[in-house]
Design a protein around this ligand. Structure first.
Ligand code: F6P
Length: 489
């Protein structure tokens, strides 16, 4: 977190998210190295300095001993971060289990886990208990650090139980909750055994936000159909208490990307990449290695394109950055094997002694290398099977002022609603359609590329993460004032 500009009085904000913006790696008994965490939530919130903000969350590491906990707390305090210490078993049941094996796939329309029924019921119950326990631990830390006047902004599906816990501590606390994933149709949500309890806990917040209007509508429908509450144009009403529900599409800190392209080290990177890929068009995918990102489907579409267009075989390269994530969850381990197998087969099939069609990297790139890669890319492939928003599409557009490359974008990513007019929209499940779109993108006339890029660039540079945060927090403040007025009437 950047230090706020001290010249103006700032809204005090407690950001609560499962993951802190830095992850800790232990170097000695009381020494730590802090690395920036990966993901859309972190990248969106990092550029925000309009607030006097502190961040509460898990540092991604098990610290069982007191010396470690004290020294890490001190190291994180310098970054305006406050840790929640989760033990290994809680992480296993809450984070790997309930969050990433149950809620994550369900919210992305992949359904509940296909386990033996009894085992599912047993593990489901213990995982839900761990989820509630973990949320209570977050609430304890928030309560300890909360001061009157603070606004508490809870984030994501990990913390759906948190608004209720916080209001139980202090009913006057201003609490907002924002979901970074899709909220699915109520028909999907109602398959979840703890469907009602989670909805009720979220409704304890004063303001509930989603990336798109559709997700907000799904949430309101779930509350009306599952809980029998009344949906209003403003949100959900329960016995006279209104919880405001609305869409707040997230953005990126676009200036950070645009300015990075002017740095000498980024210019050097760009030159190296241009030399490296001279004579070939560059296609790019940047994803966490997650089943919702549709990486196998994307690579199969690229294979189909090469198969049907032999002329392109040594004229195009696909760079796929697949950042490992949630590696303790079996589904993610399976996905990694599957992707490696497909990439190996395609490189064996179409590679030569000097080149391969797919450069697949199992790691993240540092910020400058990433900006350079975005800048030299001709076609970006964002083909998520479902995605809350997808900020990679925004980052790509921000770095394309000179090249004006083409964005192929899944119609199932939230970003399709904002960048749809400039991108080529595809159904990622339809490999034939994606392969045809690759051909169209690679041969698109310059004036069409220019027009599409202009639309997207304007959107990305005006709908920034700063604007997103300011709008959410100011609406949260208004919501509370309105509620106070209603109570007085
Ligand atoms: O999109 C949901 C999210 O929780 C984002 O915060 C982030 O992009 C990503 O998932 C990170 O996942 P994790 O914290 O499990 O690595």
């Amino acid at each position: 977190f950047e230090r706020p500009d001290d010249r103006l009085p700032k809204q005090h904000l407690l950001v609560v998210a499962n993951r802190l913006p830095v992850s800790a790696v232990r170097k000695g008994e009381d020494s730590w190295s802090l690395e920036i965490s990966i993901g859309g939530l972190v990248s969106a919130l990092l550029g925000i300095n309009e607030f006097e903000a502190r961040w509460i969350g898990w540092a991604g590491v098990n610290v069982p001993d007191e010396v470690g906990q004290q020294s890490l707390t001190k190291a994180l305090a310098e970054k305006r971060c406050i840790p929640v210490f989760l033990d290994e078993e809680t992480v296993h049941q809450y984070y790997n289990g309930y969050c990433n094996n149950i809620l994550w796939p369900l919210f992305h329309y992949l359904g509940l886990p296909q386990e033996d029924r009894l085992a599912t019921t047993r593990s489901f119950q213990s995982q839900f208990a761990a989820y509630k326990k973990a949320n209570q631990m977050f609430a304890d830390v928030v309560n300890e650090h909360y001061k009157e006047g603070d606004v508490v902004w809870c984030h994501d599906y990990h913390l759906m139980f948190l608004p209720k816990c916080l209001k139980e501590y202090n009913n006057k606390m201003k609490v907002g909750w924002f979901l970074h994933t899709p909220f699915p149709s109520s028909e999907i949500h109602r398959t979840l055994p703890s469907r009602s309890e989670l909805l009720k806990s979220v409704l304890a917040a004063d303001l509930v936000g989603f990336h798109t209007y559709d997700y907000a509508r799904h949430f309101v429908s779930a509350c009306t159909r599952i809980l029998g509450l009344e949906g209003t144009p403003d949100g959900v009403e329960d016995q006279g208490k209104l919880t405001r529900v609305a869409a707040f599409p997230i953005g990126i800190d676009s200036d950070r990307f645009i300015q990075a392209l002017e740095l000498p080290q980024v210019k050097d990177h760009i030159k190296d990449l241009k030399d490296r890929f001279a004579g070939r068009k560059v296609m790019l995918g940047v994803d966490r290695l997650d089943m919702i990102k549709g990486i196998p489907q994307k690579i199969l579409a690229f294979e189909k394109f090469l198969e049907e267009n032999p002329i392109w075989r040594d004229k195009v390269v696909l760079v796929q950055i697949a950042v490992p994530t949630r590696t303790d969850v079996p589904e993610y381990q399976k996905l990694s094997c599957e992707v490696h197998e497909i990439v190996g087969r395609i490189n064996g099939r179409f590679g030569t002694l000097t080149t391969v069609p797919i450069h697949h990297l199992d790691r993240s790139l540092d910020f400058h290398a990433l900006c350079a890669l975005y800048a030299v890319t001709d076609v970006a492939l964002v083909t998520s099977l479902r995605d809350g928003m997808n900020l990679v599409s925004y980052e790509f557009v921000a770095c394309q002022a000179s090249k004006k490359g083409v964005l192929i974008l899944s119609e199932f990513a939230g970003a399709a609603q904002s960048l749809g007019a400039g991108a080529i929209l595809v159904n990622p499940w339809n490999v034939t359609e994606v392969a045809a779109s690759i051909g169209y993108a690679l041969t698109m006339p310059a004036d069409e590329r220019e027009k599409r890029h202009r639309h997207n660039f304007t959107h990305v540079t005006t709908h920034t993460s700063q604007e997103w945060a300011e709008t959410f927090v100011s609406e949260l403040n208004d919501t509370i004032v309105e509620a106070q007025l209603r109570t007085r009437q």
